[in-house]
Design a binder for this molecule. Structure first.
Ligand code: PHE
Length: 464
């Protein structure tokens, strides 16, 4: 490996790309709907606690492993474990990550593809006609999901775009896209939140989100909140590790990690405020919660003048937010092929991307398009989700938390404090002084919290 590793152009470059990875469908599509399913309040609180106690320290840990090793997830462990307890077995954590990235990207791209259909519909005027009748919009959406050809077409377009960006590499492809899009997305969301303050359902939405009712919280819900904190921050599978490997030595890891976590959480909460205000204002009957992003927001847009333009812009931004996440997922898998199998970047992006696309077809036709695939269920899991739901459930509720737990143990106990301290104090941020706090969280608090939740669910605590 004599070639010099590519790097972000600077501190902001890393933050934008990593925030671009973190902010995506997890915030705009998934968080609102699982919060709805878990009755808000207490679930939101557990999620926020998970971000603070588990998410932030593990984000620091992942970036640290990446920057220190300058490798992909598998190579990183290979380099760092030399002469340490456990040895090469730790590389398994890297493999688990690459596999999880493969799985997540396969269904994530399908959901992301939905935004393309919406952009088209907004422009053609179709969306406007439907949005005046929320039930019509819902039933249209059901038909769209059940149409395998449209699902596969949208999925392929989105995967094509993802492969295109990864093909061109770190600086030119990934960073440039994020630098341009993140600020626009943030401003549109702020505008929508301001708008929702004047809707009649706003107060109820805030109550739903922030008034905890612990009797409604289940062990399954706690696991879901924990799993989602990994999913939304792109943690537990080596994404932040891979992006960290392109980070300059002189930039501060803690500062970057905190900024990303705060931004990501703000956006998730804003998305909830926007969507719940609509749901409560219009007495909206939610028939399929996983479609909230696509069935609620247009209703508001078309109450206003210029609905077609605003909604086209909105779904375009959701598409871009998803794209900055899909490229990070593909980057994990391809950087593995590049570093470990010695492939060129272009070959890696094309080959791994195509394989993931093919696997993703299973999810694309599992939304009602194919009865058998739509009804497959993870043993004991209550809600039906088909292939897509099952993969999402396994990846985000199990693989990511387990990966994250192992990463925390590795950084907390296998690397020496000398090694970690050096990497974190580089960049000399004032935050580096919080090293002892981070060390406590990564050694004790984070692993204990993740392990306790996993064990309580395994022991058969009530599911949902
Ligand atoms: N964090 C992304 C989102 O919230 C999804 C993601 C998960 C991306 C894992 C990379 C790795 O949409």
């Amino acid at each position: 490996m004599s070639k010099q590793r590519a790097q972000w152009s600077g501190h902001l470059g890393f933050i934008l790309a990593a925030a671009g990875s973190a902010i995506g469908l997890g915030n705009l599509w998934k968080f609102p709907y699982i919060t709805f399913e878990n009755n808000g309040g207490a679930f939101v609180l557990v999620y926020l606690a998970a971000i603070a106690v588990v998410g932030v320290p593990i984000m620091v840990a992942e970036v640290l492993i990446g920057r220190k090793s300058q490798r992909n997830p598998v190579g990183a462990f290979r380099v760092l474990v030399q002469g340490k307890p456990g040895g090469r077995a730790w590389m398994g954590v890297g493999f688990l990550g690459v596999m999880t990235g493969f799985i997540i990207l396969s269904y994530y791209c399908v959901i992301a593809g939905w935004t393309l259909r919406y952009i088209l519909m907004a422009v053609s005027g179709e969306l406007g006609a439907l949005a005046h009748h929320p039930e019509a919009l819902q039933s249209f959406f059901g038909e769209f999901l059940a149409n395998p050809y449209q699902q596969i077409l949208c999925h392929s377009l989105f995967m094509g775009a993802t492969i295109g960006v990864v093909f061109f590499g770190v600086g030119k492809g990934i960073e440039r896209t994020a630098r341009f899009l993140m600020p626009i997305l943030l401003s549109i969301l702020v505008m929508l939140v301001i708008y929702s303050i004047w809707t009649p359902g706003f107060k109820q939405a805030i109550g739903f989100l922030f008034r905890p009712n612990f009797s409604e919280l289940t062990a399954g819900g706690v696991l879901e909140a924990l799993g989602h904190s990994f999913f939304t921050l792109s943690l537990g599978m080596g994404t932040m590790l891979t992006y960290g490997s392109y980070m300059r030595k002189r930039d501060s890891i803690p500062r970057a990690a905190l900024t990303i976590c705060v931004l990501d959480t703000l956006i998730a909460i804003m998305a909830c405020i926007i969507m719940f205000s609509i749901i409560f204002s219009y007495d909206f009957e939610v028939t399929k919660s996983s479609t909230i992003l696509f069935t609620t927001v247009p209703v508001v847009f078309f109450q206003l003048p210029g609905g077609a333009v605003v909604s086209a812009l909105f779904y375009l931004l959701v598409a871009f937010a998803a794209l900055t996440s899909t490229i990070s997922l593909l980057e994990v898998v391809s950087s593995y092929a590049i570093d470990e199998l010695g492939w060129g970047r272009r070959r890696a992006a094309l080959t791994t991307g195509s394989a993931i696309f093919v696997f993703g077809i299973l999810s694309a036709v599992s939304m009602g398009g194919n009865a058998a695939l739509s009804n497959i269920n993870f043993i004991g899991r209550p809600s039906t989700g088909g292939v897509f739901g099952t993969l999402d459930y396994m990846a985000s509720n199990w693989f990511l938390p387990v990966g994250g737990l192992l990463i925390a143990l590795f950084v907390g106990w296998i690397l020496t404090t000398g090694e970690t301290r050096k990497e974190l104090e580089e960049g000399h941020g004032t935050l580096a002084r919080l090293y002892p706090v981070w060390l406590f969280l990564i050694r004790f608090a984070a692993p204990a919290a993740v392990a306790a939740i996993i064990v309580s669910v395994l022991l058969g605590a009530e599911y949902q």
